[in-house]
Design a protein. Structure first.
Length: 114
């Protein structure tokens, strides 16, 4: 964001990203974390790329903001059109009455790569 709170863009109108955001489950747990990795894409356009598997594994180090302690499923499934993917998230927990609850959310998301 710029000082006036507007979304920054480059000269072509593309977003000027300043971080990568990773959502991941801590291995062996049901804890969903969000980790923000600051990047300076304006000064170093080479950083505007997907993380390698090794970089992603290193980033998923158990650090980040805790979003949930009861996620039992987090799955991103690419669709055959190569433009979308389906994100499935499933939460488990105990209701106020002591019963087990399971909530699921499915969202189709647009994939965009230059």
């Amino acid at each position: 964001m710029d000082p006036e709170g507007r979304f920054l863009t480059d000269d072509q109108g593309s977003p000027a990203w300043n971080q990568q955001v990773i959502y991941y489950l801590v291995p062996g747990t049901t804890r969903l974390l969000r980790k923000e990795m600051p990047r300076d894409f304006t000064a170093n356009p080479g950083q505007l790329r997907a993380l390698t598997p090794a970089e992603l594994a290193a980033a998923c180090d158990g650090q980040g903001r805790l979003l949930s302690t009861g996620v039992s499923l987090l799955r991103l499934t690419p669709q055959s059109n190569n433009l979308t993917a389906v994100l499935d998230v499933q939460f488990q927990g105990t209701s106020a009455h002591g019963g087990q609850e399971r909530l699921a959310r499915r969202q189709t998301i647009l994939l965009y790569n230059e």
